[in-house]
Design a protein around this ligand. Sequence first.
Ligand SMILES: [Zn+2]
Length: 279
Amino acid sequence: MLAYIDFPIDDDLSLSFGKIKAKNEEIIAPKMREKKYAGFGDSLPKSSEAELLKQINQGLSTEVWRIYNDFLTKRRMEVLEANEAETLAKISDDIEWINNHRLLLIIELADLQSKDLDEVLHSFSFENKNQFETLLNPETKAFIFENSGGLCEYCRNQAEYSFASYSIETIVPQSKGGKLEARNLALVCQGCSNHKYKKTEGFDAVSNETVEFFNPRTDVWKEHFAWNEDNSLLSGLTPKGRATIKELKMNRPTLIELRAILVRLGKHPFTASLKRNGV
Ligand SMILES: [Zn+2]
């Protein structure tokens, strides 16, 4: 049974997330463990429609998002210290994990209602979904979103099946001279964004060199990355590809879980042709 959770927004972020973590363990983790992704739904008694709706609508993710967005807003104009960057990355991992759970609940609901997943998915409105930087003009936003095909331009996670807000971000951060112009902007999922943070290069152990990250505007994705046989893992084909995978944690556990869910649904990897990036 899912309890309704009402967290106050604390000034002390770690305190807020400590509480959320505790609730994760208490409420969501057992259900996630039972489902085990690969065989989700097989071992569980069916939830009632009302219970599923309640969990989807009043679930933990709403509160996590409220606190997370508040954190980002507060810190937007500040220079984050190194330990805060780590906190940010950890938070985004937790949010991805919770969002996977939310997707599973919606899959379960679609199954219960004998409806198409996309139909059920689109019947929910998630206020945090796909909010883009307000600093950008509408034409620039449209250009980037169209060119990305609605995918994170690094890990290829699909915005369509994510409840986390994707953002249009600078490839080279403004703090390192990057400009707010289309050729320096890309659509990025929260996880990749937070792991990338202000970094622009990483070390590749194979070639033993430090290289710049893959650039979604000037590099061709498939020349640097490839899926493994079951499409759960990305491998780097070049030093740039490997360094980007490592630093952005493009095979983080939450992404692997999400890919497994979407593979079962025939939604991954994304196969529609894009205008560019060589998919
Ligand atoms: Zn990503």
